[in-house]
Design a binder for this molecule. Structure first.
Ligand code: CAA
Length: 391
């Protein structure tokens, strides 16, 4: 494990972790950043960047060794995730979405399911998706309307999913559907659905404000016959599988938010040193100093919350509370830092030819996907007032 030492906790990274972080940073700098503005403008799916990330071992690095993967720790995944988002958070979301797609299988899949669906990701840059959200069920997962009806050794799926990362390019999706409407959240079940099955229809690529270099699509399931062998866990376990998945993946999303905030902060510091007004660099003004000081402090705090959540998860501990702390704080920090970076750049910051405008648009999504900042506060408050035993 990353920062755990025999005597307690250390904040020092190992030499391997420093090398991993350097690798991801160089990739972000040399491969992602030069393409970021163009892919953002055209909302391009970054297939070439994903392929290169796969070549370097930066895609699917979490896959267990048992299935041929590098089995990097969750903590190591945070280091990669932050750097990739520093490069371009749209492209980074395309890359790290595989951690979200595979997590339900790692949480609840059988050995056979993991061999069939997870192991092939190691050899090829195959993408997968996590299909939870629906047009009428976003924050309220228990309101899912997609149905799965058992017929012999198959389930027939019908319904629509919305805002699904990489859905237009995924080889398979984990789809959550109701197998028993009368049971509410206890009637939800998860299925691995190959995207080439008849009736899987990618309806449209959605045109987003930010993180435009990642595909976000609406997808429909029309009488899709899914083998019963693709059910994750037992019928009715879908809600908890989804929640446990999000416990694992929210720190990764938070790491991405830290990367975006860090990028905006770095741009703001260099600009404040260069920009001369009233005969001196604006960095000399206390008003600007205070913005920069808050940025630096809050980024560091967000990073440490991410590290803490990942550290707990790597030790096999439940980290619902800490994952939501990290996601809530890092997302809100990214929004604040990028907004202040635009402020420091003034009129130039509002222009597309300067980088902070994109960062501000990109940051907004961190407050929305994988549970809004309000849902994270709800989870935190519930953990405080109604703590659950490990389930
Ligand atoms: N781990 C295990 N079990 C959990 C759990 C967790 N973290 N959280 C809740 N549960 C259990 C509860 O103990 C309860 O169990 P019982 O049935 O035994 O009583 C059950 O699940 C229901 O829990 P709640 O009563 O808390 O459920 P709720 O309906 O009030 O909803 C919620 C809780 C936290 C609001 C949940 O609906 C939620 O997380 N919503 C946000 C959804 C979200 O994050 N969506 C993002 C989609 S992914 C994405 O955005 C990525 C992309 O591709 C763009």
């Amino acid at each position: 494990m990353a920062i755990a030492t025999a005597g307690g906790v250390s904040f020092a990274l190992t030499d391997e972790q420093k090398a991993l972080r350097r690798l991801a940073h160089e990739f972000a700098e040399k491969v992602m950043r030069p393409r970021a503005a163009e892919y953002d403008e055209h909302s391009t799916h970054p297939a070439d960047v994903i392929a290169k990330a796969h070549e370097l071992g930066l895609l699917n690095a979490h896959v267990p060794a048992e299935y041929g993967g590098l089995e990097l720790s969750g903590f190591d995944g945070m280091l990669i995730g932050e750097e990739l988002a520093w490069g371009c958070s749209g492209m980074a979301t395309s890359i790290v979405a595989n951690a979200l797609g595979t997590a339900p299988l790692l949480v609840a899949g059988t050995d056979e399911q993991k061999r069939r669906f997870v192991a092939p990701l190691v050899d090829e840059p195959i993408l997968c998706s996590f299909a939870l959200t629906e047009p009428n069920a976003g924050s309220d997962v228990s309101g899912i309307q997609t149905t799965a009806v058992r017929h012999g050794d198959e389930y027939v799926l019908n319904g629509s999913k919305m805002f699904i990362t990489n859905a237009g390019h995924a080889a398979w999706l984990v789809v959550f559907a109701s197998t028993d409407r009368s049971k509410g959240h206890r009637g939800l079940s998860g299925f691995v659905v190959p995207a080439d099955l008849d009736g899987v229809v990618v309806e449209r690529h959605l045109d987003k404000m930010g993180q435009r270099a990642t595909d976000t699509s609406a997808i429909a399931f029309q009488d899709v016959r899914v083998p019963a062998a693709n059910l994750l866990g037992d019928e009715g376990e879908g809600f908890k599988i989804a929640m446990r998945t999000l416990d694992f993946t929210r720190p990764g999303t938070a790491a991405g938010a830290v990367g975006v905030a860090q990028a905006a902060y770095e741009h703001a510091v260099s600009y404040a040193k260069e920009r001369v007004q009233f005969g001196q660099p604006i960095a000399m003004n206390q008003g600007v100093n205070f913005l920069i000081a808050d940025m630096a402090t809050e980024i560091e705090a967000a990073r440490l919350l991410v590290w803490q959540a990942a550290w707990l998860l790597d030790q096999g501990k439940r980290a619902t509370l800490q994952s939501s702390y990290a996601k809530r704080f890092a997302a809100d920090t990214a929004m604040k830092v990028t907004t202040d970076a635009v402020q420091i750049f003034g009129g130039y910051g509002y222009m597309k030819e300067y980088p902070v405008e994109k960062l501000m648009r990109d940051a907004k999504l961190f407050q929305i996907y994988e549970g809004t900042s309000q849902i994270q506060r709800l989870v935190i408050a519930r953990e405080i007032f109604l703590p659950r035993d490990e389930k």
